[in-house]
Design a protein. Structure first.
Lengths: 335, 377
């Protein structure tokens, strides 16, 4: 167990968030069972009042969850100095079997939380709470994720052995190794950049279409999810190479280091925001058929789509800039 | 979008107005909040600065130090070990060092005595650190008398003082000629305290250490990276312990904030009643209270962090120094290099703003659902 302030903070946050979600889940069950907007009963009044409290609690819980994802990555990066063999976050995540699951759960939570917050915003705008059952049913599905994240993160931090030799990113993200990360690293840079460019055109077209038409948000969601995967692949297989100016260093975490001007944050934060927003678009647009929401959806969907496009473009510009600025020249080799 | 921002601006405007009307209450909360942040931030800034100081100091030290272990205790290394090591690929320089401690009964303190070959000292000259000069009242040209291992008195002339920039390590340091060192402590020509090896390529260090343990089975190689890692863990552990101790006060603060937020005066209740009567919704009252929390948190965070910064980097953390730094008679007085770290800021935020926010959610909700007719009656 490492008694480090950032670790203490992360453990505290995840436990508080789990507790808040447990409280909210208990409330969600009674909403699902007893909610009846037509009724004027004592119980219904109590439930209506309590929704304010619970949705505020959840907004905060999810906001802290976002921040904890950032802190988790930043902390993994900072801890790498304390372990033999670790040179960046990869080494710290490799320390025990719980590192990667924690990261993936946190990323999943980020997207789910973003969708939930959008739905919550939408629901509060409708005078008859049209989405309330859907929203709280979704919450019950989120609960296991959060609890799992808390447990896995606890295991990850408590089972850290400072004298264990871990493996650095050079062994995981190398084209000769085995596994998914190695496969991704082995993809030819020309192919991944081409895929990135095509997906950029598709997602921008989809985004503009959704924003102008005010419907079919699923188009943006699907292309956004595809872009997310393609972008991560492109970062590992080619963009990071240009950042490191080294034709064989594929690590997606070392770009978060000070030595590379923290450029990783400028790539990942817009990418994650854009993906979350575009996923949200798919969850927002179906509700335009509900009378009390049709106006809100018509107002909100274009804003979401434009914002998603804004962040996607920011991501593309940053990647293009890093490649343009790099002194690594692979003209005859890759192109 | 613009309308949304404008709405928030009006909320902030109104909230500030309310807070100015209840100055006493807001000030009380702000003071306690600021003190909490000040304490936590001081601990974090201080240990972070100490850690970076250690890293900076060790940057120039040799990559490998070889000690000899006999019956589980470290003993002097014979000079022929240097020959036994022979030529190791990757080692750019190897030499023996002579150093040790000298207890001075006059000031009841230990000096770190080291033989220096670079300074071209004559046998009677010494170079001393600021700490020794301060405690013994010495300046350049004065004489310092040390008792040798045989009980004879040796007088050394102070040639110069070590620069104060490096006071963290050089405060209790005393440099002398190797010959003088051997005579003072009665150490044979054929012995060294330890050996140091410089290695150019950091990736080869581990392998060279392995080879050393094979060549010299009774030796213990100590790597610089290991020392650095130990410092890292040590300081972050100390930081963690301090934080756990301070968590009690954070908890007290949470209860205080909860109490402040729920114990509304009759006047405040009336105010919320009026707001609801003129058409504010529950969510809007909560929004207003949210801005109140943001304003208080932000102000406390800024003031507390700034005060901690001044406390740590201008007064050398006078309040927590003994716990975090350790102590000794010849303790160096030094100024820490200011450094602010993003991880630290984020952690501090989680330790203070998060508990405060959580503590106020329920009381804020309770106030905002009050029915107007109940409070205005």
């Amino acid at each position: 167990m490492m008694l480090n302030p950032a670790i203490l903070a992360l453990l505290m946050v995840s436990m508080l968030v789990s507790t808040m979600l447990l409280v909210a889940a208990a409330f969600a069950v009674s909403i699902l069972r007893h909610w009846d907007i037509q009724s004027g009963s004592e119980l219904q009044l109590r439930l209506e009042r309590r929704t304010y409290l619970v949705s505020t609690l959840l907004i905060w819980a999810f906001l802290f969850e976002f921040l904890s994802l950032l802190l988790f990555i930043y902390n993994a990066e900072a801890l790498s100095g304390q372990f033999v063999g670790a040179m960046c976050a990869t080494g710290v995540l490799n320390l025990n079997p719980w590192g990667w699951p924690t990261l993936f759960l946190k990323i999943t939570m980020f997207f789910v939380a973003a969708i939930w917050l959008l739905l919550n915003y939408l629901d509060n705008r409708g005078y008859d709470y049209p989405l309330i059952r859907f929203k709280y049913a979704l919450l019950l599905l989120v609960l296991p994720l959060v609890v799992a994240e808390t447990i896995v993160q606890w295991l990850h931090f408590t089972q850290m052995e400072p004298n264990l030799i871990t493996s650095c990113c050079g062994t995981l993200f190398s084209a000769d190794a085995q596994g998914v990360s190695a496969e991704v690293s082995g993809i030819a840079p020309a192919n991944s950049i081409l895929a990135l460019a095509i997906s950029a055109i598709v997602v921008i077209a989809a985004g503009v279409w959704v924003a102008l038409q005010g419907k079919s948000g699923w188009l943006l969601s699907i292309s956004g999810a595809a872009v997310f995967v393609i972008a991560l692949v492109a970062i590992i297989s080619s963009i990071s190479l240009y950042i490191y100016e080294h034709p064989h260093h594929h690590c997606p975490f070392c770009i978060l280091k000070q030595g590379h001007g923290y450029v990783g944050y400028f790539l990942y934060i817009p990418l994650f925001l854009a993906t979350a927003l575009s996923l949200g678009a798919g969850f927002v647009s179906p509700w335009r058929r509900i009378v009390s929401l049709s106006q809100t959806v018509a107002d909100v969907l274009p804003v979401i789509s434009w914002l998603a496009l804004f962040f996607f473009v920011q991501f593309y510009l940053t990647s293009a800039w890093t490649i343009w600025h790099s002194r690594l020249t692979m003209m005859e080799v890759w192109w | 979008m613009i309308a949304l921002l404008r709405k928030q601006r009006y909320f902030i405007d109104y909230t500030l107005g309310t807070m100015m009307r209840h100055k006493g209450k807001s000030l009380g909360l702000l003071t306690v909040y600021t003190i909490i942040i000040f304490m936590l931030a001081s601990v974090m800034l201080f240990s972070h600065a100490m850690r970076s100081e250690a890293v900076a100091l060790l940057a120039d030290s040799p990559e490998i130090v070889v000690q000899r272990i006999q019956a589980g205790r470290s003993v002097m290394v014979p000079a022929d070990y240097l020959q036994r090591i022979g030529k190791l690929r990757g080692v750019t320089e190897k030499r023996g060092r002579l150093w040790g401690y000298y207890y001075d009964p006059a000031v009841k303190a230990n000096y770190t005595v080291m033989a220096s070959e670079q300074d071209q000292l004559s046998i009677n000259d010494i170079v001393i650190g600021e700490g020794i000069a301060r405690t013994r009242g010495l300046s350049i040209g004065d004489y310092l008398t040390l008792r040798s291992h045989e009980g004879k008195a040796f007088s050394f002339r102070v040639l110069r003082l070590l620069e104060s920039e490096s006071e963290l390590i050089s405060s209790d340091l005393l440099l002398m000629n190797p010959e003088g060192y051997r005579r003072l402590f009665g150490i044979d020509e054929s012995l060294y305290t330890d050996l140091v090896l410089s290695v150019r390529n950091p990736r080869e260090i581990q392998k060279i250490a392995e080879k050393l343990t094979l060549l010299l089975p009774d030796s213990r190689p100590i790597l610089r990276t290991e020392i650095l890692r130990t410092y890292e863990s040590l300081f972050s552990w100390r930081q963690g312990v301090m934080l756990i101790l301070l968590l009690g006060s954070v908890l007290a603060f949470v209860i205080f904030a909860w109490d402040k937020a729920s114990g509304l005066s009759a006047e405040e209740r009336k105010e919320i009643g009026i707001l609801k009567a003129v058409g504010w919704e529950t969510s809007e009252v909560m929004r207003m209270k949210f801005w109140e929390g943001v304003i208080i948190s932000l102000m406390a965070f800024l003031i507390g962090y700034l005060a901690a910064y001044l406390h740590v980097f201008y007064t050398s953390a006078g309040l927590f120094e003994p716990v975090l730094k350790g102590w000794s008679v010849l303790y160096p007085s030094f100024q820490l290099t200011p450094s602010v770290d993003g991880l630290q800021l984020a952690t501090l935020f989680f330790f203070t703003v998060l508990p405060y926010t959580l503590a106020t959610i329920v009381p804020v909700w309770q106030t905002s659902i009050t029915d107007p007719d109940l409070v205005m009656r």
